[in-house]
Design a protein around this ligand. Structure first.
Ligand code: NAI
Length: 318
């Protein structure tokens, strides 16, 4: 028989697993030997109300297929309670999928404070609380796999989603730092930007497009990233509609100017071509080497007193 990735004896917590992507993850892990904590608050996609039915249905589905699962109905804002369910029921936690999410789309002009706050609380504070509660177990057992869920909206911006975009990109920074702190404990942390048909996207995409964006097609990437054989950490992956790709930062060639009074706005403007030159780019794993650059900058001659403005004209919307 062909080999398949398995998670026997491991406990996987999936937040927001009552529907959409979370449900697919939970059912998958349940079918591959894992103990699954199916967390879902069971509210609307805007974050209103709650209901135990969503999580219960997925637990029933996993059990009916012969898997092991338990429901938890807490909001991710109470991450401790969710992780406690894993420990109380299965005695351990190995994998945490921060997946729960809501939308409060509205133009920035019309956004209410509550729209901003609720998005932050579910996506950022919720992911933090769950990870915070799982972390001591990960460290103690020297093993952990953490996935958080970003979005193209956070990576590239998206009209009407300032709250959501800010929260989603926060999870990238969160993940990159946790990857560094977790590395020596074999805790691997990655972030995904999925695209999938769900109640979240069904109103913004046409049916024929949605048909080709099954949540099930995001699952295999998450399976790879959370398997014990994985070595990726601190990375961003896009996944959806059969397309899977790693994403990274790109640094333009950049300008280096003498660090004295000649470093003026006009001196920078005159070097704009270098500042924005992606043709001679690098793909940094960290910030530019400040000490090295500082020394090099000190050696340079002063910039011309009156640089010419060289913006090459245009403001572009990307
Ligand atoms: P969904 O609405 O089907 O699933 C989200 C689940 O999270 C729901 O079952 C909901 O009840 C649950 N949930 C919401 N607030 C919760 C809370 N406070 N505590 C516990 N559970 C809560 O949406 P979908 O599409 O499956 O989204 C999953 C994740 O993927 C979200 O984080 C979303 O922002 C992200 N995402 C989805 C994209 C897509 O194309 N579907 C695109 C980019 C990101």
């Amino acid at each position: 028989a062909p080999q398949e990735l398995r998670y026997d004896g491991q406990t996987v917590v999936v937040t927001g697993a009552g529907g959409g992507l979370g449900r697919e993850y939970a059912v998958f892990y349940g079918s591959r030997g894992a103990n699954v904590v199916v967390n879902d608050l069971g509210g609307s996609f805007k974050g209103e109300g709650k209901n135990s039915k969503a999580a219960d249905a997925v637990v029933d589905e996993i059990r009916a297929a012969g898997g092991k699962a338990v429901a938890n109905y807490d909001s991710v804002e109470n991450g401790d309670a969710i992780i406690k369910t894993a420990i109380d029921t299965f005695g351990r936690i190995d994998v945490l999928i921060n997946n729960a999410g809501i939308l409060r789309d509205v133009s920035f002009k019309n956004m209410k404070q509550s729209d901003w706050d609720l998005i932050y609380r579910v996506h950022v504070y919720g992911a933090y609380k769950c990870a915070r509660a799982a972390w001591p177990y990960f460290r103690k057992q020297k093993y952990g796999r953490l996935i958080s869920t970003a979005s193209a909206a956070g990576l590239f911006g998206s009209f009407g989603q300032t709250n959501y975009s800010a929260a989603k990109l926060a999870l990238v920074g969160f993940t990159e730092t946790l990857a560094k702190e977790g590395f020596k404990y074999n805790i691997l942390c990655n972030v995904i930007a999925p695209i999938a048909a769900s109640r979240m996207t069904e109103t913004v995409m046409p049916p024929d497009v949605l048909e080709n964006l099954r949540p099930a097609w995001v699952v295999p990437l998450v399976a790879v990233l959370t398997h014990k054989s994985c070595t990726e950490t601190g990375a961003i992956f896009e996944a959806g509609g059969g397309h899977i790709a790693k994403l990274r930062w790109e640094r333009a060639k950049g300008a280096l100017l003498k660090t004295d009074e000649s470093l003026t706005p006009l001196a920078i403007a005159a070097k704009w071509k270098d500042v924005t030159n992606y043709k001679e780019c690098e793909h940094p794993e960290g910030p530019a080497n400040a000490m090295e650059l500082l020394e090099a900058a000190a050696q340079l001659p002063p910039s011309p007193a009156s640089g010419e403005l060289d913006f090459k004209g245009k403001v572009v919307l990307v």
